[in-house]
Design a protein around this ligand. Structure first.
Ligand code: PFF
Length: 479
């Protein structure tokens, strides 16, 4: 027996999964990547992957956690045994752990920026400030490795405390208030943007789909973002799935998570770009986008210091509930595998991610250019880590889809999903063919030497067909 406990309340998984999904990915990363990639085209790929690939994989990943009732790595090992399939699938767990570690390293640094802005808001330092002052202030933060390291340390230590003491299951009531509050305050900012900014320009920027606008790497970023925002392909959802009650509906829960997550990203995007266009700011200014535009609105709004302070506190809460879901799978593994205590396991994961995070810290100042990362990969360490996660998460998701759709004994999967046979057939078609083909397509499309759409289309079909035939043969002569 795994000794895993199960959340007593049926809705807890939903809340925890929303807590994991909604975070800096929606508020900081989505707007900045959309801005850098020219708007609508990016959103189109992002939205398509969420619905055709993300939701089915979200269902699959939750299911893997719930049937195994173990931490991701041990759970995968267990499933390969009980379903008598290749041990190689265990790599899903390892790849996930690697992604979690990489993401946590930079996530905490960015959350540190939110900590800085919470402080600035609550002390009223930015009241009445103009665009120049605010952007100078942000640049000053970036220029200070000391300040950034301090905030990074505070944030990661806070997350570690919550997971280490095992109280993350108790933050349920906090999330119940925080998530709706975050949404309400985003709406307030959006209304401010509608009145004082240019919501028309924002809407046409976000919803004019001209696919030719998207660069090759833009494709990868859009797909990576859809996995990132749903916390997919890296064990977080699997780890939470392990605690999910057996009576809750997997499909309904997954659809609800994706819906809420997308709604938050869209409202944040609309609000931020209304302000960007209203104030004549740069759409493609990169990772600082949210931290430069929103304080500008709060500087001018009545009670802005208070509204801004509450806003950034909620951002921090959303970031915390995501970062604890990055720590959980790796910590749970260390506990199960090496019999460590929870605090020991969390300390190992967090200290390593903290040290790795220093690479992100220096990417914005002392190592902003001229490093080995720039000469080898043409980008900073932070951008390189982001690129890796944009590859690892979809790759993990692809493997999860194939594992759930082909390698597991399907009669048991059907039982676990417990949906109507038609829905089961639809889900299985999506994880068997559509998800893997879409992810392979984007990977192939991103290779600069492969031009146009024909080769990626054919290539992805061939990959999926080869896999399908291989699995069929394997199942028809079990030896
Ligand atoms: N989904 C989170 C966000 O959008 O901020 C980030 C994240 C959390 C990614 C947990 C992956 C993960 F496992």
């Amino acid at each position: 027996m795994s000794g895993h406990n199960v959340w007593t309340h049926k809705g807890t998984f939903l809340l925890a999964a929303v807590g994991s999904a909604v975070g800096l990915g929606n508020l900081w990363r989505f707007p900045y990547l959309t801005g850098e990639n020219g708007g609508g085209a990016f959103i189109l790929i992002y939205a398509l992957t969420i619905f055709a690939v993300g939701i089915p994989i979200l269902i699959a990943e939750t299911m893997l956690g719930r049937t195994s009732r173990r931490s991701p790595i041990m759970g995968m090992r267990h499933l390969t045994k009980t379903h008598r399939t290749s041990r190689a699938w265990e790599s899903i767990g390892w790849l996930g752990a690697a992604s979690a570690f990489l993401i946590l390293s930079f996530y905490s640094v960015i959350a540190g920026w939110a900590l800085h802005y919470t402080w600035l808001m609550l002390t009223g330092s930015l009241v009445g400030a103009d665009a120049q002052t605010i952007s100078d202030g942000f640049n000053a933060l970036l220029a200070s490795p000391r300040l950034m390291t301090m905030y990074h340390t505070l944030f990661i230590a806070g997350s570690a405390l919550i997971v280490g003491m095992g109280i993350h299951k108790g933050i349920e009531s906090g999330l119940r208030i925080m998530m709706p509050a975050l949404f309400v305050i985003l709406i307030v900012v959006l209304i401010y943007g509608i009145i004082n900014g240019d919501v028309g320009a924002a809407a046409s920027f976000l919803f004019t789909f001209n696919i030719g606008d998207l660069s090759l790497e833009g494709w990868l970023q859009a797909m990576g973002q859809s996995f990132f925002t749903l916390s997919l392909g890296m064990g977080a959802i699997m780890a939470y799935g392990a605690y999910m009650s057996s009576d809750a509906s997997l499909t309904r829960t997954a659809i609800a998570v994706a819906f809420v997550d997308t709604a938050v990203a869209m409202v944040a995007g609309l609000a931020i770009f209304s302000l960007v266009f209203g104030a004549g700011l740069e759409t493609g200014q990169g990772p600082g986008l949210m931290f430069v535009t929103l304080p500008l609105a709060f500087a001018d709004m009545p009670f802005g210091a208070l509204v801004g302070g509450v806003f950034f506190i909620l951002v921090l809460g959303a970031a915390l509930s995501s970062s604890i879901s990055l720590i959980e799978p790796v910590a749970a593994f260390l506990v199960e595998r090496f019999d460590m205590t929870r605090p020991q396991a969390v300390t190992i994961m967090v200290v390593a991610a903290w040290a790795m995070g220093l690479l992100t810290v220096v990417s914005f100042n002392v190592w902003a250019e001229g490093t080995i990362f720039h000469s080898l990969f043409g980008r900073s360490a932070f951008e390189f880590i982001e690129l890796l996660t944009n590859i690892f998460m979809p790759l993990g998701g692809l493997m999860i889809a194939l594992f759930a759709g082909w390698a597991l004994t399907q009669s048991e999967v059907m039982k676990e999903l417990g949906t109507h046979p038609t829905w089961f057939a639809l889900w299985r078609f999506l994880v068997r063919f559509v998800g893997p083909a879409a992810v392979s397509f984007v990977f192939l499309r991103t290779i600069p030497q492969v031009e146009g759409y024909l080769i990626p289309t054919l290539g992805s079909l061939i990959i999926v067909a080869a896999f399908a035939i291989g699995q069929r043969l394997r199942h028809s002569n079990p030896s």
